[in-house]
Write a protein that binds this ligand. Structure first.
Ligand SMILES: [Mg+2]
Length: 323
């Protein structure tokens, strides 16, 4: 009958009469459990707080504190609330049995009891506790895995929407934001605008100081622009050295004001790469969305304005529709 795995299972036997403890211990010994004893409710509470038990066999009639009171206290403590309690008692009236279950007992065995039956009941409770613990740990593992998965999914999603070099939105992300803005526009009729801007003579930085310098310029400007726009504005790397900004609830004039302030801050800033002072300017095209165009057309309008700005000598802001 003795089971090797039972060696690790600890049972606390609580009874105010030592001969009763002995009788119970003799029965449990057959299944190889580890046992501890307590002869009062208080002693049981103290022991169970300092040691780990897998099960408690609890007498009901004891002086000072009866078994029901002990059980209620065990069920209130975080450390002991999950330990199954089996009442072992001569009180066999229905009222007592009900009280035992109400106090949080897992089972109720009346004296005199049959040894085989007691062992079977103990085993059932311990098996159940083990399954519950296994289930709990499996659940926690699953939860942890799930959280990890969610995090990597978020990361993946972010990577899929971000330009690796500048950490700005990429084309895919900004297009989705534009589509959302269009939906909002259809509801609210509040205008929104685009700024398409391009670094002037970008090729020269690459040609003169290498591609790392080009990357430096891109990152510096991305940071500068990002720090100057509102939280709700979308800033993306649209192409090689082109950035596209989406400005919600902004009309053409609002777009012009922002573009002008960006142009100013970009051109007035000092940039130093590898001890070389760089002079950087950008050209800006601004367009505003209205019902007659779709998003693609609106971007094209900003692009034409930008192109016009380039032909006008760069480092300037041009509004679409101002021919
Ligand atoms: Mg007693």
């Amino acid at each position: 009958m003795s089971d090797d795995t039972n060696k690790n299972l600890r049972i606390l036997i609580v009874d105010d009469v030592s001969i009763n403890i002995q009788v119970i211990a003799n029965i449990l010994k057959k299944d190889g459990y580890q046992m501890s004893y307590a002869q009062s409710g208080k002693a049981a509470l103290v022991k169970s707080n300092f040691q780990d038990f897998d099960l408690i066999l609890l007498d009901v009639m004891m002086p000072e504190m009866n078994g029901f009171e002990v059980c209620i206290q065990l069920k209130q403590e975080l450390k002991t609330k999950d330990i199954p309690v089996i009442f072992l008692t001569a009180k066999s009236d229905t009222e007592s049995i009900v009280r035992g279950f109400e106090a949080g007992g897992a089972d109720y065995v009346t004296k005199p009891f049959n040894g085989v039956e007691l062992l079977a009941r103990v085993k059932t409770r311990l098996d159940l506790k083990r399954s519950q613990e296994a289930l709990k740990s499996a659940y926690q593992k699953l939860k942890a895995t799930n959280e990890k998965l969610l995090k990597s999914q978020e990361k993946l999603e972010m990577v899929a929407r971000t330009d690796t070099l500048t950490k700005l939105s990429n084309r895919f992300d900004i297009i989705e934001k534009m589509e959302n803005e269009k939906i909002r526009f259809e509801r609210s009729q509040k205008p929104f605008s685009f700024i398409l801007c391009d670094i002037d003579n970008f090729k020269l930085f690459n040609d003169q100081y290498g591609h790392d310098c080009g990357d430096f310029v891109l990152v510096s400007l991305a940071e500068r622009i990002r720090s100057r726009v509102r939280k709700q504005d979308g800033v993306s790397r649209w192409g090689g050295e082109e950035f596209l900004l989406l400005l919600p609830e902004t009309d053409l004039e609002g777009g012009r004001i922002l573009a002008e302030s960006l142009r100013e801050t970009v051109s007035s800033n000092c940039y130093e790469y590898d001890e070389h002072k760089l002079e950087i300017t950008m050209t800006f095209g601004v367009s505003s969305f209205s019902q007659i165009e779709n998003i693609e057309q609106c971007i094209k309008m900003a692009d034409s304005a930008l192109y016009k700005g380039k032909s006008l000598g760069k480092n300037c802001v041009v509004l679409s529709g101002t021919d």
